[in-house]
Design a protein around this ligand. Structure first.
Ligand code: ADP
Ligand code: MG
Length: 618
């Protein structure tokens, strides 16, 4: 074949291969243009995952009528003018190829009106056919409409996944950009559904919570430092909310979502020892540096960057995140001093405490009236009816135990005669349930405080893991199939989750455009009173939010985790004496009973030595 120059359309299609891989990449380029145009509100619409239609409308500065043709031409940009500008790029775009590339692989129209212009102009391009700019109606700002993406590049089209998967990717893209630009409002409409709606001029903390989920508020530590000209603001997730995927680990550099190995590494280092190495923290970092300190022109989609001083960046991130985590108290230590805090004050008797055990009678009130004492007093003085804990007949169980726990050396022989040696698990009469949430009991070394939900969750998890090791979980048919309303993304996820459902004994399928029917449900969950509908909806919600782990074992682990949580006794459940006894028995049996499946402790231990120390006996 002779050498020949490729036709411009082919050149652009080749270029499009780099920038426009799928609907989400079109959305990314168009939103970036809108942000560069100082838009306050950006409206994104897609049909069929963006395959049939993508429309991004903004209220930014607009494009002048006489520049419309240039805007869609290749290598035409208003953002840089010479090579020197490449050294310090402050805008998101600069390559001048997005519009041309998109136009080469779709039917595209641009309608734009500069803020001070009388009316809008419109240009249409379809492959290599261009309809020249002409006046058209339109509000100030720019609307780019992209129809039939890849209509002329079937090879590309074949690489697209299902509409729902593409829609999910678009949604993730909008979320990334929205996180990086809290000053801008974003809406996303997919088909008939509004899936994202974020107001403009949002405070960045609120924007992060709006995107990641407001329920994480208490789990995120705020980070705000500037060192060596690197500004870092972020929301740093406590180890407890680490995930099985890296999706909730997001880094923005000067407003641009980036993936950078060295930053990822620094984050991982900062969390070392705090989370399982196979898991990823939830963390959103916004890094601000002088644009001349970073080269963003190393990757067509600009997802990767090169720092002038990579070591400084690595060090800054590592120390910032590590210090932030260090400052926060993440250790499940029993904080005795907090018992005397004002919040707990009403529960503490004012003035000198009453004598506790014989050994304490006449002890100087102020010296020994410390937190440990208050702690024990706290338990002693709880009115069973008021506080809602069930310790059966023996109302002063702990008070009775107090002499044994608190007795001083002189009195010990005396007390020892009265108190028989206790077995490790004591009868339930020596157990308190506190505020329907915690169980207090003792072992040979001291006092145990158990989080009933966390412990039971671990018990449930171990039982499930055990059962699944032997085969698929037992399934129970529903007399009447239960219908759940879901959205398109979730229907798509149903297919991904299919194999998992089989393993956990769930049978569900799509029965309408926006509904699924559940025919069979896990017997285990049934027995624990978990309702099929809400469970499946939660599971799909979570899958939509966090994605389904590509690793089937990890995905199964995550679902078992969720099942365990749903099946477990809740905080706030009043337990009968039998239930408490049973739970404590299970505690002895299951492995890893010290931590719940998420790594949180199930039990806090207060040793006799510590009590003695607190009472100034040592
Ligand atoms: P780049 O963003 O790299 O400059 P594009 O092909 O994305 O290249 O856009 C070309 C030019 O068209 C931009 O430089 C800008 O001047 C103009 N433009 C594109 N989209 C918009 C928009 N939404 N609002 C205003 N101007 C726009
Ligand atoms: Mg651009």
């Amino acid at each position: 074949m002779p050498i020949r120059r490729l036709a411009p359309l082919v050149v652009n299609q080749i270029a499009a291969g780099e920038v426009v891989a799928r609907p989400a990449s079109v959305v990314k380029e168009l939103i970036e243009n809108a942000i560069d145009a100082e838009a306050i509100q950006i409206t994104v619409e897609i049909e069929n995952g963006g395959r049939d239609l993508i429309r991004v409308a903004d209220d930014g500065v607009g494009i002048r009528f006489d520049e419309l043709s240039l805007a869609v031409a290749t290598h035409a940009t208003s953002k840089i003018s010479d090579a020197d500008d490449l050294a310090a790029i402050a805008s998101l775009g600069f390559r001048g190829e997005a519009l041309a590339s998109i136009a080469a692989v779709s039917r595209m129209s641009v309608v734009s009106r500069p803020r001070d212009a009388e009316g809008a102009g419109r240009i249409d391009i379809e492959g290599d056919r261009t309809i020249e700019p002409r006046p058209a109606p339109g509000p100030p700002g720019t609307t780019v409409t992209v129809r039939n993406l890849f209509f002329n590049t079937p090879a590309r089209r074949k690489f697209l996944r299902s509409d729902q998967t593409e829609a999910t990717r678009v949604s993730e893209t909008v979320q990334h950009l929205a996180l990086g630009h809290p000053q801008t409002g974003f809406t996303l409409t997919s088909g008939a559904r509004r899936t994202i709606d974020l107001p403009p001029r949002q405070e960045r903390r609120l924007r992060v919570l709006a995107v990641l989920g407001g329920e994480l508020d208490d789990e995120l530590l705020e980070l705000d430092v500037t060192q060596r000209e690197i500004g870092i603001w972020g929301m740093v997730g406590k180890p407890a909310i680490a995930r099985g995927t890296a999706k909730h680990q997001q880094v923005f550099l000067n407003g641009r979502f980036i993936s950078d190995r060295s930053i990822t590494h620094a984050i991982k280092e900062a969390y070392r020892g705090l989370i399982d190495p196979g898991r990823y923290p939830t963390i959103v970092l916004f890094i601000q540096i002088d644009p001349s300190q970073v080269d963003v022109n190393v990757h067509p989609t600009k997802a990767e960057v090169r720092f002038r001083n990579q070591a400084a960046m690595h060090g800054a991130i590592l120390s910032a995140v590590r210090d932030c985590l260090r400052r926060a108290d993440l250790t499940p230590a029993l904080d005795l001093t907090s018992v005397g805090s004002p919040r707990e004050a009403p529960l503490i008797i004012p003035g000198p405490p009453r004598a506790f055990g014989s050994g304490l009678a006449g002890a100087p009130p102020s010296a020994s009236y410390d937190s440990a004492r208050q702690f024990v007093e706290y338990f002693r003085r709880l009115d069973p009816k008021q506080k809602g804990f069930v310790y059966s007949e023996v109302k002063e169980a702990l008070a009775e135990q107090a002499p044994e726990l608190l007795i001083d050396d002189d009195a010990k022989p005396q007390a020892a005669q009265d108190v028989e040696v206790l077995p490790v698990i004591r009868p339930v009469t020596d157990v308190l349930q506190i505020h329907s949430s915690f169980i207090v009991t003792q072992d040979e070394e001291g006092l145990l405080i158990i989080d009933q939900h966390a412990l039971h969750e671990r018990v449930m998890f171990e039982q499930l893991a055990d059962a699944i090791g032997k085969g698929n979980l037992e399934s129970q048919r529903l007399l009447m199939p239960e219908t759940v309303d879901v959205d398109a993304t979730q229907i798509e996820l149903l297919a991904d989750l299919g194999p998992l459902f089989v393993r956990i004994g769930i049978e569900a399928q799509q029965i309408g455009p926006a509904s699924i029917g559940i025919n069979a449900f896990s017997s285990f969950l049934f027995e624990r009173g978990v309702e099929p509908g809400p469970f499946i909806r939660d599971l799909l919600d979570r899958a939509a939010r966090e994605g389904v782990n590509d690793d089937p074992e990890a995905a199964l682990h995550e679902v078992l985790d969720m099942m365990a949580c749903k099946a477990a006794i809740k905080s706030g459940d009043k337990l009968t004496a039998e239930e408490i006894t049973e739970l404590l028995k299970q505690r002895e049996k299951v492995e890893r009973s010290s931590n719940c499946p998420h790594g949180r402790p199930t039990t806090l231990h207060l040793s006799i030595q510590e009590l003695e120390r607190q009472f100034g006996r040592r």
